[in-house]
Design a protein around this ligand. Structure first.
Ligand code: PFF
Length: 447
């Protein structure tokens, strides 16, 4: 259904929550969080990560959602409209541009990794029997450096994503998340219980929850802040766009708190599903991307094949519900500016993401563009660096600065309708704590 501005709207708070949690829960939670937590001293990293999610991520999430709802347009439209209403420079619309472009760039490589996950469902059907470290590593490398297979998988993943986005907010996004999010939760719970019973749950709990502050270097603290931002989908247009589909009766603060809690809970559950297996089979927990694609298959080879199939299906679901939120801001913007039919816009932007993503896929070492390097990085790493280390922290910092210093206090109070004492805490966090903390990460990430 369309709102007063002709802009689409969520049909209920529940579907909005599913979509927002779907955006937040993704590859970042299921492989990145467990691996980074392991390297950063387990429980110590988890504690710091949770503190960042709630003290910095959550206030920014509230800020971004409220800007979206107030603007009722795409991030670019919303930011220029609000800046004008507040009597501020039109340049603030750059925040919207950075979100839409950043989201598009992330989509182009997120969907390459999404393609890998999709392909591994197929691999899981043939089974990982007899996989040892060498065989598992060789299979993964052979796949990602193949000139065609990762491209077909990437195209398939994008096709699913744009197929959902093309159908609009209620016909596409809502329908997909209403089915996919409960499925994701049940699968994750099932896998956690399965690995808890059959594998080494105690070792995993120990690994994730016993704080060892000696391993928590300054670098890891900053990494935890970066991860909390990525995991909550902040500053890439997704949250602002989802906020723009909100009706005025929905309580943003309460919703944001639930989103942050659900996102953290899924990260912890993912750790508790993966690490019991890693420890029971004596595998190396510190393998980054390899943890999912090369380490786990060694253990999967010794389990009923349905476990691996379900695991990669779960990862695909998590990745798809995040990818739709990365495509939506650009589609919303082009649709709003040109009035061209959403289906056509989704196909055009999907194709553009396919081309840009193909460059990243071919940029994997040994592949077609394997020797092309920018600043010593392959194409996928360049995009990751640009978005994760520059656009996200800068975007987050300026969102906090705009809301805390350039928008009127009264307007923010009206939009958020918080209790006085809660508003004061939130306002303090967005005015002072968020800009300083994010600024510190930004500086440390680029030097
Ligand atoms: N939050 C997603 C994850 O944890 O995998 C990734 C993501 C989606 C980041 C959407 C940013 C975004 F706008």
């Amino acid at each position: 259904m369309a709102g007063a501005t002709g802009h689409q709207q969520w049909s209920s708070r529940w579907t909005f929550m599913l979509a927002a949690v779907g955006s937040a829960v993704g590859l970042g939670n299921i492989w990145k969080f467990p691996y980074e937590a392991g390297e950063g001293g387990g429980g110590a990293f988890v504690l710091v990560y949770l503190a960042f999610v709630f003290a910095i991520g959550l206030p920014c999430l509230i800020a971004e959602l409220s800007l979206g709802r107030r603007g009722q347009l795409s991030p670019i439209g919303s930011m220029s409209k609000i800046a004008e209403e507040e009597g501020r420079s039109k340049l603030w619309s750059l925040l919207g541009w950075s979100g839409v472009l950043g989201g598009f760039i992330v989509l182009s490589f997120y969907s390459v990794v999404g393609g890998w996950v999709l392909y591994y469902i197929v691999e899981a059907f043939t089974g990982f029997e007899g996989y040892d470290a060498a065989k598992s590593g060789a299979t993964f490398t052979a796949f990602i450096t193949d000139p065609t297979k990762p491209i077909i998988a990437h195209a398939a993943f994008l096709f699913i994503t744009l197929g959902i986005v093309a159908r609009g907010v209620q016909g596409g996004l809502e329908k997909a998340v209403t089915f996919l999010m409960p499925a994701l939760f049940v699968l994750l719970l099932g896998l956690m219980i399965y690995s808890g019973i059959t594998a080494d749950f105690g070792a995993a709990v120990n690994f994730l929850f016993s704080p060892d502050f000696s391993k928590l270097t300054g670098d890891k603290v900053l990494q935890a802040l970066g991860l909390s931002f990525f995991s909550l989908s902040l500053a890439l247009g997704s949250i602002m766009t989802y906020g723009s589909y909100l009706t005025k009766d929905i309580n943003i603060t309460r919703s944001a708190f639930t989103i942050a809690t659900a996102d953290s809970a899924v990260a912890l559950m993912a750790g508790l599903a993966i690490f019991p297996i890693v420890f029971a089979y004596d595998l190396n927990p510190g393998q980054s991307v390899g943890l999912v694609f090369t380490t786990l298959p060694i253990a999967f080879g010794q389990m009923p094949s349905i476990v691996a199939i379900l695991f990669f299906f779960l990862l695909t679901v998590a990745a798809v519900t995040s990818a739709i939120s990365l495509l939506e801001p650009a589609v919303a913007y082009v649709e709003e500016r040109t009035g061209i039919d959403r289906k056509k816009v989704a196909i055009i932007i999907g194709l553009a993401a396919f081309v840009l993503g193909t460059l990243s896929a071919w940029g994997q070492s040994g592949n077609m563009l394997g020797d092309v390097k920018l600043f010593g990085l392959d194409i996928m790493s360049v995009k990751d660096y640009l978005t994760n280390n520059i656009m996200m922290p800068l975007g987050g910092m300026f969102i906090a600065i705009f809301v805390g210093w350039f928008a009127s206090r009264k307007n923010m109070m009206e939009e958020l309708a918080m209790e006085d004492s809660t508003f004061k805490i939130w306002y303090f966090l967005v005015r002072f704590v968020c800009p300083v903390a994010i600024g510190a990460v930004f500086v440390s990430l680029i030097i």
